[in-house]
Design a protein around this ligand. Sequence first.
Ligand code: SF4
Length: 462
Amino acid sequence: MALTGLDIYKLLPKTNCGKCGSPTCLAFAMRLAQKKAALEECPDVSEEAKAILVAAAEPPIRTVILGEDENKVELGGETVLFRHDKTFYHPCGLGVILSDNLSPEKLGEELGKFNRLEMERVGQRVRLEFIYLRNESGNKDKFVPAIEEIQKQTKAVLILESKNLEILEEGLKTVKDNRILISETNENNYEKMVELAKKYNTGLIVETVDLEKASHLTSKIVALGVRDLVLRLGNTNLAQSLSELTQIRRLALKKNFRPLGYPVLVFADGRSVAEAMERKQLTNQGDDFETILQAGTYISKYASIIIFPKIEPWQFLPLSALRQNIYTDPQKPVAVEAKLYSIGGEAGNKSPLLVTTNFSLTYFSVEPEIVNSKVASWLLVVDADGLSVMTAWAAEKFTPEKIVEAIKKFEIETKVAHRKIVIPGYVAVMSGKLADLSGWEVLVGPREAAGIPKYLKSTWNA
Ligand code: SF4
């Protein structure tokens, strides 16, 4: 919770020496509270006060950064209970659990499946981020090659689990230079797990069968110097898991209870690791639809990592779309770049020119339909603050003036020999004014994007 200027003032030396550039300690405290000054500017602040102020400046839920470059994943760091209060910042990661007992062929097959679950949707790359590798064999000669193979074949961030910490360390020696998680830390092994985490710069998964005990455990781990923690829920049903996810989030945000202020990992079907593995082996056992329902609930509230016993494309698609929707900023419509696009091949000077707004969903509805039409076309995307056609028109963000401005800005007259522009059917009402302002012939296109192929093939070509 942010401290007020007065709270900060109580922690300062109160000598009004002016070395910080502020005339008084109170003035400096006010500047600190407004984030217009840095604590280091006061040379006389005590170590104790420093620790309190630094801790107070941290977000209530720690941001844990894993992986690097193209596989970098950020977890936690959330500041609100409800998306509409502000936004959720860091989408929960999705992953699968694998055993090191798999034969090399079967492991290769699983990694191939993992890689195939990557696609582009509304201009964003969506994929699975995590592989949870469990040392079921109890043998380093199976664990280590499996880690090497996963790193060779995928961009996954690893979560390594072994009951035998010597084998876990052997595994860690083969991990490339990026941040991963190791599992699973409990009352009995936390000191050794902390040593491993420090030595290999990993984060720790912390067992959370009981929230009160877990909060004591995380405090002990933090005191030993490891702060990148992820809590793992140990419940067996959705209601219990949802209740605990909500309690953890509320305690962290509303009560500023830092011992539980960490990202949380859940298994998609609410089971323990062992049960998830057993289920994975019993192919087609259990209810795959229920797994989706549970995972959908966890995406909405409040998981940071969801691990699946197995995941098929038909499960991944709706869940990744849900994840994208939950983790977009409700105050900022998702927009594409406003410019002239050549779509469906190389558009030439006789190609049709269509116009729309830069709302991402609008663009990604229109673009594939132009491709479907097999008529190479120009698509003029007008900056309408990321609003859809009707909303932008009603808000006067998609007007004849704006379209004429875009025609000039993107020098459309040098791109097409004709002087015809196709506007969306929903804004047919602007055709007269647009024709007057631009001097172009304005054609009214279909209302829905689905009508574009027929329109281009029949009306335009005719
Ligand atoms: S340097 Fe520190 S002690 Fe001096 S006025 Fe600034 S805040 Fe106060």
